[in-house]
Design a protein. Structure first.
Length: 405
């Protein structure tokens, strides 16, 4: 896998760090402590009600600040005029390459001014962050929800994790959508500085409680990083060990993610893993890390996905291409997924310990997207602000920079 990931177009710059402890450095990035007022109190909002089917559009990795982002916005608007979704889910990497960069105007320029000129896209956008959003202080994306430049109040991110409920009066069905921050789950140095070390466990506790208490006909969870993926990033080990058993235990039926810049449907042991990460760019890189025989569809062009829930027992997943053309339509059921007992035991063990880091020798490292370890050094795909160097990254973990590519 190290050979495969080295140099792929859709993965970040990589560094090679030598396991040679020099001095532990602190990042010099300034974070305004006046903004650090997270509150994890869950506000119970009334369900969003609609007639007919409950349909969500799902788009990830959209904020590329270029022509492809605008083309997909126009394509999505064309489909929205016809389908009239109840909401749009934006599942991370909303702004490339370093998030909002502590500047609300970037969100106005590259979300509001790209999507809201299309009347059909003036509807609720429920947002979570991705790894690029956390290259800078992502509280700016959360707080844009209440900002005067959030025209119409359509950008809705009440917290880093939250639940929205949907009901159809005519079909008498309900859907609970749980929005989570997988960068908090994976861990990063900036997340810990902004939100504190407890955010990781608080999110897990919240999700466990909310999934257990939900009585909805459908439960879906939406985050940025994949559990399984056939794309270049492949499996996210933390989420496979911790999140996947949680979803299965509480009968969640669908997990949506972005991160890989394509569209996929993986079905494994009763769970639907759906990638919609092609909102602003696309990639044909492959990891082949999905379980054997599980990959039902993969489309490696840009586009988005929709989920239409029309009954208590069945739903329809549709992938759309760059011009808004349907590429595949697949029926899904809400039959309970299999609960894998061994994985569940491992998940309980992990939750009782501190968050797991990547190690280079005996050195725990943060801000790592992917790692390949060799004799005497560690090859790292770093997940850090784009103006940071190999020296910056390695020194922050008390290592010395060997090489970069």
């Amino acid at each position: 896998s190290c050979r495969r990931r080295s140099g792929t177009a859709d993965l970040a710059t990589g560094w090679a760090c030598m396991n040679d402890v020099i001095s532990f450095g602190e990042s010099s990035e300034g974070i305004s402590t006046s903004r650090l007022t997270p509150s994890w109190t869950t506000i119970a909002l009334p369900p969003e009600r609609t007639e007919g089917c409950l349909e969500l559009f799902v788009i990830g990795d959209m904020g590329t600040r270029g022509s492809t982002q605008r083309e997909i916005a126009a394509a999505m608007a064309k489909v929205a005029e016809e389908r009239d979704p109840v909401a749009i889910a934006a599942i991370g990497d909303n702004i490339y390459g370093d998030g909002a960069e502590e500047n609300f105007s970037i969100l106005s320029e590259w979300w509001r001014d790209v999507y809201l000129p299309h009347p059909a896209l003036n509807r609720p956008w429920y947002v979570v962050t991705g790894n690029h959003d956390w290259h800078s202080d992502a509280t700016y994306e959360r707080d844009f929800t209440q900002h005067p430049e959030n025209t119409g109040g359509w950008w809705r991110m009440p917290n880093f994790w939250y639940k929205r409920s949907f009901e159809s009066s005519s079909s008498n069905l309900s859907l609970d959508a749980f929005f989570i921050d997988t960068q908090i789950w994976k861990g990063s140095s900036l997340v810990e500085r902004v939100l504190g070390a407890n955010a990781y466990q608080e999110q897990i506790t919240w999700l466990s409680s909310e999934l257990a208490s939900s009585k909805a006909d459908w439960k879906i969870v939406l985050g940025h990083h994949p559990i399984y993926s056939a794309g270049s990033h492949g499996t996210t080990e933390d989420l496979l060990a911790e999140l996947d058993p949680l979803l299965r235990q509480h009968f969640a039926h669908i997990y949506f993610n972005g991160h890989d810049h394509n569209k996929q449907l993986i079905q494994y042991q009763g769970m639907n893993y759906i990638t919609s990460g092609a909102g602003g760019k696309n990639s044909d890189s492959r990891s082949n890390e999905e379980p054997s025989g599980s990959l039902q569809h993969i489309f490696q062009d840009s586009g988005f996905a929709s989920l239409a829930v029309c009954s208590k027992s069945s739903a329809t997943l549709t992938f759309y291409g760059e011009q808004g053309q349907p590429q595949a339509t697949t029926p899904l059921t809400n039959a309970p997924p299999l609960f894998l007992v061994d994985a569940g035991n491992r998940h309980q063990d992990r939750f009782t310990s501190s968050h797991v880091h990547t190690y280079c020798g005996q050195i725990a490292m943060q801000d790592v997207d992917k790692a390949c370890r060799g004799a005497g050094n560690c090859r790292i795909v770093a997940d850090q602000r784009s103006n940071k160097s190999c020296d910056d990254f390695c020194k922050a973990s008390g290592l010395s920079c060997l090489d970069g590519w």
